[in-house]
Design a protein. Structure first.
Ligand SMILES: Cc1cc2nc3c(=O)[nH]c(=O)nc-3n(C[C@H](O)[C@H](O)[C@H](O)COP(=O)(O)O)c2cc1C
Length: 489
């Protein structure tokens, strides 16, 4: 996408929706929601969600599963909530988009205008308190937690979730998407990759010999998911970030045991503690790079002591799998805008577009387009896109292209790599970068990986004598399209 062709007015079109249920009504009106009756939590819901999302990336409908086998009508699962350009634009309050890139442009425009988080506001109660299970009443299997992929090690109640913790030193509230497996009626496990904020916070409690208080929001408004699964800078409260994106504060209720912020209109929220001195096997789980790259591991257990939930609850489901996944489009869109914003903040001029390709699971193959202004500009762009916080975790390839290449168009990008890149000269490596046990190319700790930064721009020194592109001029294209319009519709 090219910024010069992207005038965007960030009008808030999401004013009228307060929670997931309002949103589902809007999605239905938009023709963006399909209901699926009678599916089994055991594999069928996972397989339907994976395959429907994969058939039409960025455009597939959201799926609402009801009458799930063995569960009462009304105990529902929602898959791929905002994973399509029209739904994502609505959730973020953008104008109705014509295509996928309109959403990136709108996001980018919002971020460049000095996006401000809006802190959550405390309220006394809300719909999430309609039902509460306490202590011995707790039964996680009351909800249709799906067994997602055939080789998984258990049922996952948390996938499109937000795991909320408080930093014991600073009081900072972090909310992040981490997978949550059910062990039994009141015990679960949270898998957090090394270096992730939640893991660092829990280790601080463990170092003091204390359990780590935690909330797990496992049925939620996609605006929360969009904040929780992005690499947002440490110290920023994702509830405030989500409020900023929504244009209104998220309402929260202090939880009964630890005073952690329960989103008042969430569907299902678990409260408990991660205990350091008892572990059980978690996983394996089919993961976002498209593999079972890590084995089951011993993880501290989470004792669940409260469950807050709405009547007829909706569990939200994100399915990591071979890309494209049922969340990749939304993640790629938001991440592209975050990277764009971060590299500019670091002083990079001339950025025309950024796209984190779905084929790279929205992380592993990222493209940045620049209007080259000085020698070394392309290298700076590649290094920054590779190493900024939003782009760093679990990356592999960063490709830098000129302004005439649309970074969202794989064909264009491969053409640039094929014709403007001299591999031994134009590929640089970054070694020992931040990765994860989920990387199939890593077989043991430490979980470092290596990256390639591909300069696929016209070489700076020969830029002015680089051969002219053999293509009809925009004016000639316009003229022939006007003359024979039926050929171009
Ligand atoms: C569907 C989905 C599942 C995820 N599962 C995990 C997970 O199990 N563990 C993990 O460390 N990161 C997971 N992530 C990635 C994190 O959500 C992401 O890196 C986020 O920035 C973490 O928040 P933090 O920066 O506050 O640690 C997942 C992302 C998505 C979209």
């Amino acid at each position: 996408m090219n910024e010069t062709t992207a005038p965007v007015e960030a009008v808030r079109r999401n004013e009228g929706y307060d929670d997931l249920r309002d949103l589902l009504a809007r999605f239905e009106e938009m023709g963006e929601l399909e209901t699926v009756e009678g599916a089994d939590w055991n594999l069928e819901i996972g397989a339907v969600s994976e395959t429907v999302a994969g058939r039409n990336p960025g455009r597939a409908p959201a799926l609402l599963f009801d009458n799930i086998k063995g569960y009462p009508k009304g105990f529902r699962i929602l898959s791929g909530a905002a994973n399509a350009y029209r739904r994502l634009a609505f959730v973020l309050g953008f104008p109705e988009p014509e295509n996928e890139t309109d959403v990136v442009r709108a996001m980018r425009a919002r971020m460049s205008k000095g996006f401000e988080p809006i802190p959550p506001v405390e309220v006394k109660t809300g719909p999430v308190m309609e039902n509460v299970m306490r202590d011995d009443e707790v039964d996680l299997l009351k909800f249709p937690a799906p067994f997602v992929h055939e080789l998984d090690g258990g049922r996952y109640i948390g996938t499109d979730d937000a795991v909320i913790m408080r930093d014991p030193d600073t009081g900072w509230i972090n909310a992040a998407t981490y997978r949550v497996m059910v062990h039994d009626k009141n015990t679960a496990a949270i898998w957090m990759s090394p270096g992730k904020h939640g893991r660092l916070i829990s280790e601080k409690y463990f170092a003091q010999g204390k359990p780590c208080p935690v909330l797990i929001v496992c049925g939620q408004d996609p605006i929360m998911f969009l904040a929780a699964h992005q690499e947002i800078t440490a110290g920023v409260d994702e509830l405030a970030y989500a409020g900023g994106q929504r244009g209104r504060a998220i309402e929260v209720i202090p939880s009964e045991l630890h005073g952690l912020p329960v989103p008042a209109r969430a569907e299902i929220v678990l409260e408990g503690e991660i205990v350091p001195d008892e572990t059980r096997l978690e996983g394996p789980f089919g993961e976002f790079m498209g593999y079972y790259a890590s084995e089951a591991t011993e993880l501290p257990v989470v004792r669940i002591k409260r469950v807050y939930w709405r009547t007829d609850p909706i569990l939200t489901l994100a399915i990591p799998s071979r890309p494209p996944e049922n969340f990749t489009f939304a993640r790629a869109t938001v991440k592209s805008a975050l990277i764009w914003n971060e590299v500019e903040k670091a002083g990079l001029p001339g950025v025309q577009g950024v796209w984190c390709h779905e084929a790279g699971a929205g992380r592993l193959f990222n493209v940045i387009s620049i209007k080259q202004m000085y020698p070394g500009h392309a290298s700076q762009a590649g290094m920054l896109a590779c190493n900024c916080h939003a782009g760093n975790y679990a990356g592999r390839w960063v490709v830098v292209v000129d302004e005439d290449i649309d970074p969202t168009n794989m064909f264009d990008v491969i053409w640039a790599m094929s014709t403007r890149c001299d591999p031994p000269e134009d590929i640089q490596y970054v070694r020992r970068a931040w990765s994860t046990p989920l990387d199939p190319m890593l077989f043991a700790p430490p979980w470092h990986n290596n990256r390639a930064i591909v300069d696929a721009c016209r070489p700076w020194g020969n830029k002015d004598r680089f051969p002219t592109v053999a293509e009809a001029s925009p004016e000639l294209k316009r003229r022939v399209a006007e003359k024979w319009p039926h050929l171009y519709t």
